[in-house]
Design a protein around this ligand. Structure first.
Ligand code: SIN
Length: 250
């Protein structure tokens, strides 16, 4: 499989590969590349909604969004459209549906209709965020758990989680869902939470993707946060997302 790293800390682009033709052995290669680089970009894909679902199922059982219905033919496919800048829920650093008890592992996003400019997405490496903290800070926050909440769902997860495939530790707090540390008030939690999400979104840990027709990007929510930039006004932007059910973070 031909690929290039996209930045010093996160992401790779895979070349000359059609995900709709993926075999068992090439799937293993894709999965290994994803665990290593956290985000994979595939351009010029000839993928249908059924191919998209089939690809997601290779990673495991699919996750159904608790709040938004899927598309008619494939209820497991979440349609993400331009809901307006004041209503968007994705223009914030987040890990998909981290309020779930077993939050999604892999997300696979397919461009359906793109604005003529803007609408980029950013991802940030949360292994590198954890590694960048001092040993004293790591020791202090390692025992902490944080409450993640939204859509009337509330779960408590470790602030640093261990990835089940790589065994690496990643910071696991975000602006979209994390409300406070367990046993502390929102006000008590705010300064440290702010600091950790700021560390986790340091520019040198990020990559930014400018979408083109035919693009498919997959990422591992267990070790990245992402942020969808809403800079395209009322223009049409339609994306389809298939999300794989993950495990309880430990
Ligand atoms: C998401 O947050 O899963 C969607 C990202 C995007 O629309 O670019």
């Amino acid at each position: 499989m031909k690929f290039n790293r996209l930045t010093g800390n996160i992401g790779a682009e895979v070349f000359d590969f059609q995900l709709c033709e993926i075999s068992d052995s090439s799937f293993s290669e894709v999965a290994e590349l994803l665990w290593e680089h956290q985000v994979l970009v595939f351009r010029r894909q000839e993928m249908t909604a059924s191919d998209h679902v089939a690809l997601g199922r290779r990673f495991g059982e699919l996750h159904w969004h608790p709040n938004f219905p899927g598309i008619d033919e494939h209820p497991e496919v979440l349609a993400i459209s331009n809901w307006g800048k004041d209503k968007t829920i994705t223009e914030v650093w987040h890990s998909d549906v981290s309020c779930d008890d077993e939050p999604p592992s892999v997300s696979i996003l397919r461009a359906i209709h793109l604005p003529s400019y803007g609408g980029d997405t950013m991802w940030s490496n949360q292994y590198a965020a954890w590694d960048s903290l001092s040993e004293s800070m790591q020791r202090m926050i390692a025992p902490l758990r944080a409450v993640h909440e939204n859509y009337d769902i509330r779960s408590s997860h470790p602030v640093a989680r261990t990835h089940p495939e790589t065994g690496r530790k990643a910071l696991y707090v975000n602006d979209g869902f994390t409300r406070h540390f367990e046993g502390m008030s929102v006000a008590e939690s705010r300064p440290l939470l702010r600091y950790l999400v700021d560390v986790g979104s340091s520019l040198d840990l990020t990559m930014r993707h400018s979408w083109q027709p035919g693009d498919v990007v997959m990422w591992d929510n267990r070790c990245v946060m992402h942020f969808a930039i809403h800079d395209y006004g009322d223009a049409q932007r339609d994306m389809h997302r298939v999300t794989v059910r993950g495990e309880k973070p430990v």
